[in-house]
Design a protein around this ligand. Structure first.
Ligand code: HPA
Length: 234
């Protein structure tokens, strides 16, 4: 076990799906995995390991924001030997052509700062997705008939943003959506020679203020889990 994950050595699969919400980890494990066992309860950040079509998978909550995700990603890669981390989560659309329920697959993640930033000093590191995973996720999303956007996203540290000028620059530069974790996920994975990807559903729209009702969030979340699993084992 590690400081933040109570799982025994060997309890974590090489492929880990990471929703922000630990209850979503439970929901996805119950819906998609065979023989799912709860492997982590520390701080209520639930994790489950089971199999999907015979492949061993862990679904571990990351919490919200890059500092929280960074702790789990570091421990999964460094201490448990995970090799593939796929974030499944929600995002806020920043472009008019990106609609509620659409799938956003993040090729890159721009950010003001990540917990990894100190390593790079004045260099502006460009966190990017694993191309093989990205390609497989795009193919899976299209098979599911999902309206899919592939491009840059913005990993912000603030949900209640008091500085809209920065969002304006992101919109102007074609960034598809905002969320709060992917840039650090991609940076930590790169450091550990691991594969990473963020597959997101649009839960709200920054320009219009439209937001998905709770029932729709569950349906969108299920589609995202399926896409992530198909991408991981393509
Ligand atoms: N901002 C940041 N993260 C998000 C948002 C948002 O508007 N929507 C979903 N995740």
């Amino acid at each position: 076990m590690t400081i933040h994950i109570g799982a025994a050595a060997g309890d974590i699969a090489e492929t880990v799906l990471m929703p922000g919400d630990p209850q979503r980890a439970k929901w996805a494990a119950e819906k998609f995995l065979d023989n799912a066992l709860c492997v982590n309860k520390t701080r209520g950040m639930l994790g489950y390991t089971g199999t999907w079509k015979g492949h061993r998978v862990t679904i571990q909550g990351s919490g919200m924001g890059m500092p929280s995700l960074s702790i789990y990603a570091n421990e999964l890669l460094r201490d448990y030997g995970a090799k593939t981390l796929i974030r499944i989560g929600s995002c806020g659309a920043m472009q008019e052509h990106v609609g509620l329920r659409d799938i956003v697959i993040a090729m890159t993640a721009s950010t003001l700062s990540t917990p990894s930033k100190g390593l790079f000093r004045e260099l502006s590191f460009a966190p990017c997705a694993d191309f093989g995973l990205l390609e497989a996720a795009v193919a899976a999303a299209r098979r599911h008939g999902a309206t899919t956007h592939v491009g840059g996203i913005y990993s912000s540290d603030v949900f209640y943003d008091e500085r809209p000028d920065l969002n304006e620059q992101m919109v102007r530069h074609g960034v598809l959506a905002v969320e709060m974790e992917a840039a650090e996920l991609y940076s930590v994975a790169a450091r550990h020679n691991a594969r990473a990807l963020a597959v997101l559903t649009v839960s709200d729209h920054l320009a219009t203020g439209a937001a998905l009702p709770a029932e729709d969030r569950e349906r969108s979340f299920g589609e995202m889990v399926a896409i992530a699993l198909e991408a991981a084992f393509n």
